[in-house]
Structures are given as C-alpha cells and as structure tokens.
Design a protein around this ligand. Structure first.
Ligand code: NAG
Ligand code: NAG
Ligand code: NAG
Ligand code: NAG
Ligand code: NAG
Ligand code: NAG
Length: 285
C-alpha cells in the first residue's frame, strides 16, 4: 500500500494505477513551484477583493478610534442620559467602532445574520480591556437568531435599523433555567435564550436613534396559545448578573415573551424606551 518511499521518506508512493499527475509528487521542485504559484495567486486575490476577506476575517486591531463611524454617530453617551447618573456610571467613549456590515451582515430582512452578530461580538470582546467597542447596526432589517453581548460594549441602532428576531426556535438555543425559578417559567426544564443576551457583564449600552428590536414574536404566542410550546419562550433582551447597564432611545417590538428582563443585575438604567408589546396588539384568546 502507500508506504513512504525510500529515496524521499516524506513522500508517499504513488497509488498503483499510475495516473499522469502522480509524477509531480515524485518531483519536489514541481511541488514547490506549484505551491509558490498558488500562494502568489491567492495573495493577489486577497488584495483584489478586500471586502470579501474583511467580512470573514477578524477586524483590523489597530484601526484608530472614530475613523469608521459615519458622521453623527455617537461613540459616547447621549448628553441627556444624565438623568441616569447614580444608576449608570458613564465611561469614556468606546475606542473602536465597527459596523455589522464589516462582519458580513446583510440588512435585507431575509438573510440570517446570526453568525455575523456572534462573530462581531466575539471579535470585539478583546477590546473590552482596551477601551471598549461599539457595534453599529445601520438602517435596514437585520434578521438574526440569538447572540450574546460582551462587557465595555455599545450596541448602537442607527435610525431605521431593525433587528429582527428569527422565527425559527432553533435560532433561540436552550439554556439552563434561572436558579430562582428552578425550571422554565412556562414549561419544565430548559428555556429558550433571549434574542440578545448577556451574563456576567459590566458596562453595556444599548442605544441609538430609536432603532427597533422586533422579536416577530407572534408565532411564539401561537405556540403558547395552542399549547404546543415545548420550552419556555425567550425574552427580547435578558441580562443576568450584570452591572452598569444603560438601555436608551431604542424600541422593543413584538417580543415572544417579555421585552427586557434584567435579573440579578446592579446599576441599570432604562430611559426613553418604547415598548410596543405584541401581546396587547394580538387578538385576545
Ligand atoms: C472594562 O473596562 C475597564 C476600564 O474602563 C476595565 O477595568 C475592565 O477590566 C474592563 N472589563 C472587561 C470585562 O473587559
Ligand atoms: C451565550 O451565553 C449563554 C449563557 O451565558 C451561553 O449558554 C451560550 O452558549 C452563549 N451563546 C453563544 C453563541 O456564545
Ligand atoms: C456574576 O458575574 C461575576 C463577574 O461579573 C462573576 O465573578 C460571578 O461569579 C458571577 N456570579 C454568578 C452567580 O454567576
Ligand atoms: C433618539 O432617537 C431620535 C429618533 O431618531 C433622535 O432624533 C434623537 O436624536 C435620539 N436621541 C439621542 C440622545 O440620541
Ligand atoms: C420611536 O419609535 C417608535 C416606534 O417605531 C415610536 O412610536 C416612537 O414615537 C419613537 N420615539 C421617538 C423619540 O422618536
Ligand atoms: C400551533 O401554532 C403554531 C405556530 O403558529 C403552528 O405552527 C402549529 O401548527 C399550531 N399547532 C396546532 C396544533 O394548532
């Protein structure tokens, strides 16, 4: 069978039915030439299509603060959030600002952005110790499953931005019930995670120009009403064991369950929030 050859111990003998290309394997110089050529072609492609690559790669770590956000996009706290002093302790502006588009996000209302949001937060987490990060969501309809937030982090919904909750229950994975309930609130066992979730965080801001977080929750209410709901529904936003939270100038719509659920949290302030709960606009049962 395929044994290392005697003359070139790092090479595997060609398979018995000598195909023409197997000669190449016996000639290391050809292999080197081919590899170098491939690498060069690959590199030039990367140069030629940077947008494709930045979409899947980590963001450049050394981009100066404030370089990227469009004019008028805040990286620090709105001035009239002062009413929160005592509840929320404002820090300095975030050091870096990225757009969800830089993580491959597509705001067409149909493309799933779950991986984009998760990748964005995962990449921006490392700025937590280095001045914090802001993730901007531009105008558009950004369909997504559940994603987590991180510390020293601002989620900024620009004017006309709508984060749309996926209607696929699998996009709201199951997590442990809260210790204080000991079980899912509606159904025993695990419960669906919230659309936007955080656990053990500090300094989290969710704000913008009154963009919306729309859970498209009707399907979940129907599951509840027709008694086929398997696991307790998820909230739009849940923050567990977190501190220094500001939720400001955003609208929560059509939650599958509750809109905002801070639990075991300290120093939080919710201001200028519009809750347009699906529960009241849906037909009574
Ligand atoms: C958040 O930022 C502060 C400094 O402003 C830093 O002391 C802290 O460690 C950071 N927290 C995390 C979890 O990165
Ligand atoms: C989000 O956080 C929850 C609870 O901390 C965890 O169970 C879940 O795996 C996290 N999800 C992702 C995508 O990291
Ligand atoms: C709450 O979060 C802090 C970090 O902020 C962590 O040290 C602590 O263990 C967490 N407590 C629980 C009960 O998870
Ligand atoms: C809140 O959102 C509204 C609507 O876009 C905007 O006019 C206003 O400037 C925002 N307020 C702050 C403090 O950002
Ligand atoms: C925010 O948006 C909601 C619904 O989109 C609207 O009802 C509310 O008046 C808006 N608030 C501000 C301050 O623009
Ligand atoms: C219950 O509601 C869900 C969501 O609308 C629907 O898919 C399902 O068919 C309904 N089941 C029954 C038994 O009515």
């Amino acid at each position: 069978m395929n044994q290392p050859s005697e003359t070139h111990p790092w090479l595997i003998d060609p398979p018995p039915d000598n195909k023409p290309w197997t000669h190449l394997i016996a000639r290391p110089t050809w292999v080197v030439v081919a590899l170098v050529t491939t690498a060069l072609v690959g590199l030039s492609l990367i140069q030629a299509v940077p947008s494709v690559w930045t979409a899947v790669a980590e963001p450049p770590p050394s981009r100066p603060a404030g370089e990227h956000p469009p004019a008028g996009i805040l990286t620090s706290l709105p001035a009239d959030a002062r009413s929160c002093s005592g509840f929320y302790r404002p820090g300095p502006p975030r050091r870096v600002v990225f757009s969800i588009k830089e993580f491959g996000g597509v705001g067409d209302g149909r493309t799933s952005n779950t991986e984009s949001f998760r990748r964005a937060v995962e990449s921006l987490r490392r700025y937590g110790e280095e001045g914090g990060a802001q993730l901007n969501v531009p105008a558009g309809r950004w369909l997504t499953g559940s994603f987590n937030l991180t510390s020293n982090f601002t989620l900024y919904l620009e004017e006309g931005a709508v984060i749309l909750g996926s209607q696929d229950p699998k996009e709201w994975p199951l997590i442990e019930p809260l210790p204080s309930y000991g079980r899912g609130r509606e159904r025993p066992g695990a419960r669906h995670i919230s659309l936007i979730h955080g656990n053990g965080l500090s300094d989290v801001v969710i704000t913008g120009n009154n963009g919306s977080i729309d859970g498209q929750g009707r399907v979940w209410w129907e599951l509840w009403w027709n008694r086929t709901l398997e696991h307790t529904r998820g909230h739009l936003l849940e923050l567990v064991n977190s501190s220094n939270i500001l939720i400001y100038n955003v609208t929560f719509l059509n939650s599958p369950f509750w809109n905002v659920h801070p639990v075991y949290c300290r120093r939080q302030c919710c201001s200028k929030i519009c809750y347009c709960s699906g529960t009241t606009s849906f037909p009574k049962h």
